[in-house]
Design a protein around this ligand. Structure first.
Ligand code: SF4
Ligand code: MSK
Length: 665
């Protein structure tokens, strides 16, 4: 079926120049993208599904519930609050499960590396020492591989733990936050157990009180954020290197006309790292040359892209929303995928070209795609087999179009350690300068922009939010496809600081950093938890994450992982605003999430469809926190002595302000 795209009609709401450019070319005329399907379906999303009140957990339904209408409760009597809370908790479970399975694979790879059974090595020994301390591993007289093996085995045990002890990484949170979680009874035990318990409690006829359901939702979200996601980030850093600032490029123009283009799409960096190593292997380079190419050009898509962008500077061709468009260039020999965020449609798009879609994980196959199982015990061999298949396609490439001028420079790689070093300097390695910049008002606060792209919204919402935040001196930390999207509009360069407010611009110019810091993939949102904790521990900005002038958003969220991430930030004390959430069909549950959660956790959810207003709500929250801390009057260049900092430390916050206690049971 051909889609009419004169001047890219049908591209309503697409602002990305490279996407419009590729889709308007003749070569893309048979390509149907998710955007086209939104138009073709010709129907709005189901109201019950969108607002959270469609229940299909038993075979007496499905039941569509209308809050306040007696005849429209569930056949079993379930109310809108129960149904919406159950659905929401199940989304948390699914998102947390995705991060958890990802993390498990990374830890297994870490253990094999420690045993010497992989081509990788233990690279970051400083982080290894930090993790040894967290897990209580004795390091004296042991080599790095012995230490890594002990850490890996203890980390893996946290997934299946059957005791009631909290997971190990929880102790990295601020002390006050840990006390709150203990008091509320939401400390996660085994990571897998919390996900299983959500599925049990949301089964027909079990937990039927929305507040109680969300206690388990909160607990499972913490198992994700402070458990699996954080373990994955930290052990991956130890194995592949903790990211440091590095220059690279993003957007479809990173494809090369003269090379075998292989896009790497998904999430787990084990495969991507092996492909990076194999792409420069003599045998592979020789084969590529024999086929008439200059070599193999690897380019990232989605979060696999972010992983190798951050650590190796490998360019990213596309975020989630461009995965079909990158194939529509006709210049991709193979798209290699593992798990999560891979649209089934890529296989259909590939049929118009010489491109192979290669699935590599037994969990994630696509009807019609080629499957080459990635062998963790022989990663290089697997990677070479995949690349040989791609090279074999190079000669079959027909007409293609690469928008060469469509690639943007970026500076990425802002891990927590980098921020610590970059802002603190070689001799002061600390968050003190960041905290001082916030206290003085040069930096108003921190705004996290995370998550996906979504065809439901115009594709410039991340940009609108980010520009408004930096203009108002809010330093932006970005992850996932949001970060890639902000790179596509030029916000990941130090030069972008010219668009920032005067205070933030001055800090960026002093340090030489962009006003939007790319902090990694979606699993790396755990870096933001660590950064927030470091700010609390540094002093002067309160005693807990909920005291910080900080707000988060995933404007164009798509994946259930974003729900889990949002919830672990709220449970950790943050204000989180999304453009929509499937909770609005239930009055009490909606009120609970958007208002009452703040009394419990000091953090809450909010919904705002308009991206500009969304950014302004984040700024208003930051200002509220500044006022509570007593730093709302800008104090340029005031030097704080210890006494003044101590005064600011409590900031007049009462315990109840941030830690109001558990919901009634
Ligand atoms: Fe309907 Fe209740 Fe079954 Fe849900 S659990 S489908 S509301 S009968
Ligand atoms: S890939 S979860 S679309 S960020 Fe992590 Fe992007 Fe969202 Fe997938």
């Amino acid at each position: 079926m051909a889609i009419s795209r004169n001047g890219c009609e049908g591209c309503n709401d697409i602002t990305c120049p490279s996407t419009i450019d590729v889709l308007s070319k003749d070569i893309a005329k048979n390509v149907i993208t998710a955007h086209d399907r939104v138009q073709m379906r010709g129907m709005e999303a189901c109201l019950f599904g969108s607002t959270g009140t469609c229940c299909r957990v038993c075979n007496m339904g499905p039941c569509q519930i209308i809050d306040g209408v007696d005849e429209m409760i569930g056949v079993c009597g379930a109310t809108a609050d129960t149904v919406a809370a159950r659905n929401y908790a199940r989304a948390i479970a699914a998102g947390a499960a995705a991060h958890t399975d990802h993390a498990r694979e990374m830890i297994r790879g870490f253990i094999e590396t420690a045993k010497g059974n992989s081509p990788h090595e233990i690279k970051d020994e400083a982080k290894l020492a930090t993790m040894a301390e967290v897990f209580g591993v004795e390091t004296e007289g042991k080599d790095k591989n012995e230490i890594a093996l002990e850490i890996g085995e203890l980390a893996l045990a946290d997934f299946g733990s059957q005791t009631d002890e909290p997971i190990t990484m929880l102790k990295r949170a601020p002390a006050k936050r840990q006390e709150l979680w203990k008091r509320l009874g939401v400390e996660p035990r085994g990571i897998d157990r919390e996900i299983v318990e959500i599925m049990h409690r949301t089964h027909m006829g079990v937990d039927q009180y929305y507040k109680n359901i969300m206690l388990q939702g909160a607990r499972a979200s913490l198992a994700d954020g402070w458990g699996s996601s954080m373990l994955s980030t930290e052990l991956t850093d130890i194995m592949f290197g903790t990211p440091k600032p590095i220059r690279s490029t993003v957007d479809i123009g990173v494809l090369r006309a003269d090379s075998v283009n292989v896009t790497v799409h998904g999430h787990e960096p084990l495969l991507a790292e092996a492909l990076c190593m194999a792409a420069t292997d003599e045998e592979i380079v020789a084969l590529a040359k024999k086929a008439g190419a200059k070599g193999v050009n690897l380019a990232g898509v989605c979060c696999t892209g972010n992983e190798i962008l951050m650590r190796r500077g490998v360019p990213v061709a596309a975020g989630f929303i461009q995965q079909e468009v990158v194939l529509a260039t006709g210049a991709v020999e193979a798209m290699v995928v593992d798990v999560q965020c891979i649209m089934q449609s890529v296989q259909e798009v590939s049929k118009s070209f010489h491109t192979d879609i290669i699935t590599t994980n037994y969990r994630a196959k696509i009807d019609g795609a080629t499957h080459i199982q990635f062998d963790e015990e022989a990663p290089l061999e697997s990677a070479k087999e995949i690349l040989k298949k791609a090279i074999g396609n190079f000669k079959k490439r027909g007409d293609f179009y690469i928008p060469q001028e469509k690639k943007l420079d970026v500076v990425v790689g802002f891990s927590h350690e980098t921020v610590n070093y970059m802002l603190g300097g070689r001799f002061r390695n600390s968050y003190r300068p960041l905290n001082d910049a916030i206290i003085s008002g040069r930096i108003r606060g921190i705004g996290a922009i995370v998550g996906c792209d979504n065809y439901k919204m115009p594709d410039n919402h991340h940009e609108i939010v980010a520009r408004e935040l930096i203009k108002n001196d809010v330093l932006v930390l970005a992850t996932g496809c949001a970060a890639t999207g902000l790179g596509r509009v030029g916000l990941l360069t130090p030069e972008a600081a010219s668009e920032a407010g005067p205070g933030l611009a001055e800090v960026c110019a002093t340090v030489g950093m962009p006003p939007v810091l790319h902090c990694g993939s979606c699993v790396d949102n755990s870096r933001l938890l660590i950064a927030a904790t470091a700010m609390v521990k540094e002093g002067g900005l309160g005693e807990d994450i909920c005291d910080l002038p900080l707000a988060g958003t995933a404007p164009s969220w798509m994946s259930e992982k974003a729900v889990a991430i949002g919830q672990y930030f709220v449970t950790s004390g943050a204000y989180v605003v999304f453009q929509n959430l499937p909770i609005t069909g239930s009055k009490k549950f909606h009120k609970f999430m958007a208002e009452e959660m703040e009394e419990i956790y000091g953090g809450r959810w909010d919904i705002e469809e308009d991206p500009l207003k969304l950014a302004q709500k984040m700024i208003a929250h930051i200002d509220k926190k500044r006022a509570e801390l007593g730093i709302d009057k800008q104090r340029e260049r005031v030097l704080f002595d210890m006494e003044m900092r101590r005064d600011l430390g409590t900031g007049g916050l009462t315990d109840a302000g941030c830690h109001g206690g558990p919901p009634e049971k």
